[in-house]
Design a binder for this molecule. Structure first.
Ligand SMILES: N[C@@H](CCC(=O)N[C@@H](CS)C(=O)NCC(=O)O)C(=O)O
Length: 216
């Protein structure tokens, strides 16, 4: 049976899984999670504690959490993109950096988005807290990039970094002083699997709760 990915084209965590699927040209069907597809919403709601997406379905197997989906794809549907290194210590380090992008960039960025959806506006304290945390993460990643060796294709790191930096930059534009990070974001956005996600998400840009900037 064909793999199925449940998600939404504008969702950052859906991109994370899509980038891995696109990089390896893995055949799958995309199941849209939106009010027009209540059966897909129900499937996602039932699969994980808070009913979040993406969700990968492979026959009888359901995998939630974008990082776990990528690990599952690396194990069961490998392709030219080496999503995780074979060496266990290197894989452990990669998983650690994957957490950096989810916990200290993506989820921080999403705090401000969630507040605007919930309250209709971004409060000054949240704005300050989110900007301070993102700035600190940008600084850390910019330093880390001085020693990061880019893979030939995409790995778990690119899958995590591309969507988180894409949207974080919309919340707090990466300052000029973080030149390595700015250049890396541009490199990530130009990677064909990432570019495909960006283009497929364009129809929803107007719905970005903080207002999408006129770039990218
Ligand atoms: N930790 C999850 C986070 C997934 C997540 O936050 N997904 C968002 C879309 S980007 C979602 O499901 N939002 C709808 C909701 O929270 O009900 C992962 O890595 O997959």
């Amino acid at each position: 049976m064909m793999l199925a990915l449940y998600g939404h084209p504008f969702s950052s965590y859906t991109w994370k899984a899509l980038i891995a699927l696109y990089a390896n040209a893995t055949p799958f069907v995309f199941r849209m999670v939106d009010p027009n597809h209540p059966e897909n919403v129900a499937r996602v709601q039932a699969a994980s504690p808070l009913g979040k997406f993406p969700l990968l379905v492979d026959g009888e197997v359901e995998v939630f959490e974008a990082s776990s989906i990528i690990e599952y794809l690396a194990l069961h549907h490998p392709g030219p993109a080496m999503l995780l290194p074979a060496d266990p210590d290197e894989a452990l380090r990669m998983r650690m950096f994957d957490r950096v992008f989810d916990n200290y960039v993506m989820n921080v960025m999403q705090e401000s988005v969630a507040e605007v959806i919930r309250e209709g506006a971004l409060s000054a304290p949240t704005r300050e807290r989110v900007h301070a945390a993102l700035r600190r993460s940008y600084n850390w990643i910019d330093n880390w990039l001085a020693t990061y060796r880019r893979p030939m294709t995409v790995s778990l790191i690119e899958c995590a970094a591309a969507p988180s930096l894409f949207y974080a930059d919309w919340v707090l534009q990466i300052p000029d002083e973080f030149a390595l990070l700015r250049a890396w974001r541009a490199h990530l956005l130009a990677l064909p699997p990432v570019k495909r996600c960006i283009d497929e998400a364009r129809p929803w840009r107007q719905f970005f709760p903080l207002g999408a900037p006129d770039r990218d």
